[in-house]
Write a protein that binds this ligand. Structure first.
Ligand SMILES: CC(C)(COP(=O)(O)OP(=O)(O)OC[C@H]1O[C@@H](n2cnc3c(N)ncnc32)[C@H](O)[C@@H]1OP(=O)(O)O)[C@@H](O)C(=O)NCCC(=O)NCCS
Length: 172
């Protein structure tokens, strides 16, 4: 049975290898190692019979208004999510995302944002952040790629602004 649980220190090496293999480069795995110790970070693994098949990380992001003032809302950034190449397309990624979003909600996050493929994330309720909520990011990406999801209905009402990821994301 596939179980989603918070990672432990014993998982770190396996997570590093898995994330590197899924992305075909170590940048995202190095990011996970750098950001893991920071407050509010949620790092989860998908495990089947003691084998780690997938990993997902959520980190707190900041929403600044048009004047550059910090808005008082707790938002999580989903990144990265990775499934072992041999285990992809079996629902592991979906389970990690859905379970992770539930945990974010339980941890008091009002919403979640991500940069990702517009064909994949809408199935989990993500919508283009700028056109739907007036929320942009500091990344120069096509509009549909930056997506947001409210974890509490109405959480993003009247909340335009720019999302800033944790400084550890710089250069990734
Ligand atoms: C993206 C990823 C985590 C999805 O995990 P998964 O376990 O394969 O996903 P699921 O089995 O839950 O879902 C599979 C579905 O997602 C789709 N999908 C997966 N990756 C996709 C992508 N990059 N773009 C569009 N669709 C994608 C598959 O085509 C499949 O669609 P279907 O259900 O209509 O057949 C996994 O493919 C992965 O690790 N990719 C490499 C790392 C990466 O790109 N991570 C995301 C960026 S942060």
């Amino acid at each position: 049975m596939l179980v989603i649980r918070p990672e432990t220190e014993q998982d770190h090496e396996r997570v590093y290898d898995l994330v590197s293999a899924a992305f075909g480069k170590p940048d995202e795995a190095n990011l996970v190692n750098r950001i893991r110790p920071f407050e509010g970070v949620m790092s989860l693994v998908a495990v089947e019979q003691d084998d780690v098949l997938g990993h997902i990380l959520f980190s707190p992001v900041t929403l600044l208004d048009e004047e550059g003032n910090r808005r008082e809302i707790k938002i999580a950034g989903l990144a990265p999510v990775a499934v072992s190449p041999s285990q992809q397309k079996k629902g592991v990624g979906s389970k990690l995302i859905l379970d992770g979003l539930e945990r974010c909600k339980a941890a008091g996050y009002a919403g979640c944002v991500l940069l990702g493929h517009p064909d994949y994330y809408p199935r989990f309720g993500f919508q283009p952040a700028r056109s739907t909520f007036g929320i942009t990011s500091t990344y120069s990406v096509p509009d549909p790629v930056f997506m947001a999801k409210e974890l509490h209905s109405g959480a993003f009402d009247q909340l335009s602004g720019t999302i800033h990821y944790h400084q550890q994301f710089q250069g990734v």
